[in-house]
Design a protein around this ligand. Sequence first.
Ligand code: SF4
Length: 514
Amino acid sequence: MTEHTKTDGLPRMLDRVPPRNERMAGDKVECNACPVLCQISPGRVGACDRYANAGGELVRLDPVLMLRRGAGSDESIDFGPRGEALPAPAEEAVFVTGVGSSTTYPDYKPAPFIVASQVDGVDMVTVVTEGIFSYCSVKLKIDTDRWLGPEQAPVRCRGEVVGHVTTAEYGSQMLSIGGVHHITGGSKKEGRVAVETLLALCNQQPADLQIEGGAAVTVQSARAPIVDGVEEQRMRVGCGSATIGIFAQQFRDVADEVVVVDDHITGVLTEHQAGRCLGMRPSGLKVRGRKSTPGRYFQVANPGTGWGGTDISDPLSIIEGFDPDVAWPGMRVLMTSTTGEHCAWFVLDRALQPQPAPMPPEVVQVVGRIGQNCEPSLTSVLFVGGAGGSLRAGVTENPVLLTRAIKNALVNVTCGGAPAYVWPGGGITVMVDVARMPAHSFGSVPTPAIVAPIEFTLRLDDYRALGGHMDCVRSVADALAHGAWHHDGAPIARRWVQHDAAQPWPIGQPPLLG
Ligand code: SF4
């Protein structure tokens, strides 16, 4: 393969052409865009389906994705031959993303696109590349009350362990999928399936996961999770105690006692501070479980997929009884879950036994209010990748200066144009919501590893100061006309995607730092 023979002012890189494998057939090309080093026959593609041998030239098959703001529509356009006039939006309306841009591997090369721009008269530059991530995972935030499995339980996909259950958050169960231990530390098959699972989730595709000792879930970015075959509808309005507090006044007007069943914190209205502040008469209702504070109970049942994330289907099973010195016949008791999806109405008989009764319309209305206040249940897929390694060399010859510049809030990091949060501490650990990225932004290579787009935007002066590859900085127009700086003129594709106006334009934004 010959490469980097441009004569338009960009540096000649012939001294950096990789040594040719002498035992390779003459018509093959070797791809060194990842450590697999595929030797690709004419007309064939490499092991990742991302590069091909086109008439003896190594070509990147996927189009480079360009974000465009303003009027227009998504379309694909081939790069023309050098100098060919192609219609393009104004430079300030174009952002070159890392999607399809190709990589810097084996990391001695400047990033494929280093693009100049101006914001409010300030010269900016965006360094654009695809990173190859062996250190990466996704965190799944699954909006559901239902218990998916014990914390630390292995999560399997097609029989392979690809992650684990991690700490639940407010109204959501959390899974961690992938990570270097599954990608590199297990069997070859475990690594392969882990990366395939990551790739599907990152590309906003569904994945079927089985949690050991727990549920089977189907998860997909920005879609409702399916738990044991049932599609979730509502994310809880709050915990049992919070639901009591939020609706206390409305409950008081229609019931004598309300129990909001929750696997974590079950609330009992008249004993709860909210009921006491409203002057409610104590009911004498006693629930099972461990009392935390007045009207707030832990562990009223086992976790499960029933009422409020417990294993119960009969709400009375958590009632120990009623204090005969306090309760009274005719007392009206509402029991509900934290989403209002489960609810029941009881009236105490003369023996102070709760008897099911038709729910009055005014009570139905309050339970409906709980449901109205629930948000749609979704799965959020957050990609986490370690960008503090070798890809930094594609940005600067002195990589630690990039790390410091990011920590000093001089650099806005984006992935496919979407804002990326940079974790505090050492390295460049980025986290991005894949739903904010263009569809199919991710790829993989069989090392195995994930390929993800990443862009670093900063002032041109700061880029110069951190030892950036200034001789590779190009205008947007040049990048549009010719493709990557090392591209040798063979046609490659670019793809326009209309920028979502609800998202921040990636240039000129403050960084999201921890
Ligand atoms: S697997 Fe690696 S070496 Fe093979 S074509 Fe893909 S990027 Fe190139």
